[in-house]
Design a protein around this ligand. Structure first.
Ligand code: ATP
Length: 264
């Protein structure tokens, strides 16, 4: 399998009043095409910085970011992004919000084709009948569903999600996890998910990368093999529990609260 994303030896520091703040240190990450990769790590270790580098919104001090065999040096329209608080334009309907990327990214679709695509995606995430509502008429979970549709409407190579479900209550969050699996089954895409929720990472991702404390390196890579199951019960199996324990331990190492016995 070829890698869709290749992060090679990336080091980055922010310039601050108190001098440089090293955030990423010789970071190497590869994500094969079609895979879903979750990135977890202590607060402030550089996860969002990583997403900005992949999207081409920032350049690393040293090292390279490659996307689909091309070096990323400027913002990419082939990247879809979803954030914790989706910004929706209130003067547009939900469908018009979802179609926004198709107005910006060059394409040959007719108006009807665009509308059909938007409606299809909204139906897929359970928002059939809400196409003509305004964002304020929807719940937070529904707005997040619409924002996921908007992030993939132009069929980006990669969907980057920074804490997309962080502001939702636990039950809505689990509903959205299932929606993500449904979306992936219909619209296979490569995904990078930044999250603080280890259960979320195990349920959604093919591999979970644990970043160390700042400046972050890739401390641990966990391949998640749950036999292709997408029901929530899978999180209560022995396999999932063992993975969660290992990830928890890795986070404690990253936080400096535990030691790596293997390295000691
Ligand atoms: N533009 C900036 N200028 C200076 N420092 C920054 C800038 N953006 C982020 N930082 C700092 O860099 C570090 C990493 O930030 P980043 O947002 O990438 O971390 P994170 O892992 O996503 O954090 P969290 O888990 O809390 O969301 C933090 O200490 C943050 O304060």
């Amino acid at each position: 399998m070829t890698n869709l994303i290749d992060i090679r030896g990336v080091t980055h520091a922010y310039k601050t009043d108190k001098g440089p703040l090293p955030v990423l240190d010789d970071l190497n990450i590869s994500v094969p095409e079609g895979d879903f990769c979750a990135v977890v790590g202590p607060s402030g270790c550089g996860k969002s910085t990583l997403t900005r580098l992949v999207a081409g919104l920032m350049k690393p001090d040293t090292g390279e970011v490659w996307l689909h065999g091309e070096r990323v040096v400027s913002p990419r329209s082939t990247v879809g992004m979803a954030f914790q608080n989706p910004v929706m334009l209130e003067w547009r309907t939900i469908l018009q919000n979802v179609l926004l990327p198709l107005e910006i990214v060059p394409n040959k679709m007719s108006r009807k084709q665009k509308e059909d695509r938007g409606r299809e995606l909204l139906a897929l995430v359970g928002l059939e009948g809400f196409e003509d509502k305004r964002p304020s008429e929807l719940s937070g979970g529904m707005r997040q569903r619409a924002s996921l549709c908007r992030a993939i409407v132009h069929k980006p190579d990669v969907l980057i999600m920074d804490e997309p479900f962080g502001a939702l209550d636990a039950f809505t969050r689990e509903d959205l996890w299932q929606t993500m699996h449904a979306l992936r089954a219909e619209e296979p895409f490569t995904g990078v998910l930044i999250t603080h929720d280890l259960r979320e990472s195990v349920y959604l991702a093919d591999e979970v990368i644990v970043l160390s404390g700042r400046p972050a390196t890739a401390q641990h890579v966990e391949n998640v093999k749950l036999g292709g199951r997408t029901d929530l019960e899978v999180l209560y199996t022995q396999e999932a529990t063992e993975i969660l324990h290992r990830l928890r331990h890795q986070i404690e190492i990253a936080q400096g609260r535990a030691t790596d016995e293997k390295a000691a």
